[in-house]
Structure formats: C-alpha cells, structure tokens
Design a protein around this ligand. Structure first.
Ligand code: FE
Ligand code: FE
Ligand code: ZN
Length: 278
C-alpha cells in the first residue's frame, strides 16, 4: 500500500489531525510535538489521544511521525541548552508512549564553532539517555542539507552518531531521508537514485531507513540552502519524485510531505502522487 501523507498542525488536538488526514486522502501524518519555535506545550489530553488512536485504527492511518522542535540544538556547546534538548525530547517520548506505531524525528543539531566531532559527542550524550527510556517509539535522525554547521549533512556523520551510541537496532534508532535535504546536500537523487541508495546502504544500511520526507527543492543540487518547494515545482522535479515513490527500495516506506502548502494544497499533492504510483 502507498503510504502517503503530510505534515499537519496539532493546534486543533490529536483526533482532529486524523479527521483532517482522512479528508485529504492521507494515510500517514507528521506533526510537531509542540510549537517548533517556542517549545512550550500544554498537558496531554489523554481522551483526545485515545480518540486519535481509535480513529487511526478505524481509518488505517499510520505510522505516525512526530517531529521534534527544530530550534533546540542537541549539539550545543552550552550544557543548559543541551539539558533543554534532553528534557524536551524526554517529554516528547513520554507523550508518544501513548501512541502505538509512532516514530520521533529530530535534526541532529549544529556544532557552531566546536567542530563536528565534539558536536557528535554532545548529540550522543543526549541520544544515549533517550535510548534508555523504555519506549516503543523509533527515534529517527533526519538527513540534513549541511547548511552552516549542521551535523547530518552526509551519511557518514549519521553513521558516526549511530555507532557512538552503540549501534542500537533499527527498531530503536533509524533514519528519515529528506529528499530536499539530501539533494541540496550533494546526493544526486535526480540523476543517480540507485547510486545514492547504494551509498546509503553501504554506510548506514537500508534497514535503518524508516521514513521519507518528500519535498521538492527550491534551490539546485548541492546548494546547501534547505528551502522546500511544492512537488514538481522545484529543481528536483516531478520525474525524479515519481522515480522515488516507485523505487523498489523506497516504495514501502511512509512518505511525508513537508512542502509549502495549506491543507487543501497537500490534498492536491497527495492525489497527484497517487496518480503517479505504479
Ligand atoms: Fe525536519
Ligand atoms: Fe524534513
Ligand atoms: Zn528542511
């Protein structure tokens, strides 16, 4: 089955997101666990989450992908910033423990002026603590565009993070491939998708790949800008995107749109992508 959906707002609560997804033909969803900029969030409404779970089963929506706030920095030099990232992520995992078949995606962070190695050490300090939490939620590292001092702009850095955390199984720690980010980061998924997937497999192992953020890119190959475009309207292009959703090594993964769209716009992209599925 083609698992295709998009990022939705949690503002109206959990159950409302499933209804919204069903209304636009989505069978997977992503949402921010909290305001991605502010970081604060209200207490979990357990009856709302129960209704969410009931509707998710009724309409076969899932897996659910929660996205950590992108303003926190697990690679930060300042201990209080790292403490903040750890407590935020621990709280997010507690919330997600109420949702079966959930995954939790985060940006590894920016090393700023510390260098990649120290940054990766900080990330692993936090990740090791998170992996101790008894949780069924799969934690995912997102492939980044390599903008500024971002860590995770190449597969090797993600592999170093995983290895430094003791290489937990792919059911505990996986990778989410963002099509805009990798293309922008210098992996030619438009010209040589097979080659990029082979490289992913040899460095990380394809079993680690658990989700795809499906986005077109406003800027060209290897531009390190990280600007998402609507499907078929960017420089990655429709042809490449159609190959991605149909590729035998990718087609069974859940695809989450993070394109610059309102909800009806997502609905149109989902319909378009379904019509391109072979
Ligand atoms: Fe992201
Ligand atoms: Fe993404
Ligand atoms: Zn992005």
């Amino acid at each position: 089955m083609f698992k295709i959906g998009c990022h939705l707002s949690i503002t109206g609560g959990y159950a409302a997101m499933i209804r919204e997804a069903v209304g636009i033909g989505a069978n997977v969803i992503q949402f921010f666990t909290r305001n991605p900029r502010g970081g604060t969030t209200k207490a979990l409404d357990l009856s709302d989450v129960e209704e969410f779970n009931r509707l998710a089963v009724e309409y076969s929506v899932g897996p659910v992908l929660a996205h950590a706030p992108y303003t926190m920095n697990p690679a930060a030099a300042k201990p209080d910033l790292r403490d903040y990232a750890l407590s935020t992520m621990t709280d997010d995992l507690m919330r997600l423990s109420h949702i079966p078949a959930s995954m939790y995606n985060f940006h590894p962070g920016c090393h700023v002026s510390q260098g990649t190695e120290i940054g990766i050490g900080h990330i692993c300090g936090i990740l090791s603590r998170l992996l101790e939490v008894d949780s069924h939620t799969v934690i995912l590292l997102e492939t980044m565009a390599g903008k500024g001092t971002e860590i995770g702009g190449c597969f090797e850095e993600l592999e170093q993070i995983i290895r430094k955390c003791g290489s937990p199984s792919a059911d505990k720690l996986g990778v989410c491939l963002d099509t805009c980010h990798v293309y922008d980061g210098g992996y030619d998924i438009a010209g040589d998708l097979d080659g990029v997937l082979d490289e992913f497999d040899s460095i990380l192992g394809l079993e680690r790949l658990r989700a795809v953020h499906l986005n077109d890119s406003k800027f060209g190959f290897s531009s390190h800008k990280d600007r998402h475009a609507c499907i078929g309207e960017g420089l990655l292009g429709m042809e490449a995107i159609v190959r991605i959703i149909n590729h035998p090594k990718l087609r069974d993964l859940p695809f989450y749109l993070e394109t610059p769209n309102d909800v009806p716009g997502y609905g149109r992209e989902i319909a378009l992508l379904k019509s391109c599925r072979k």
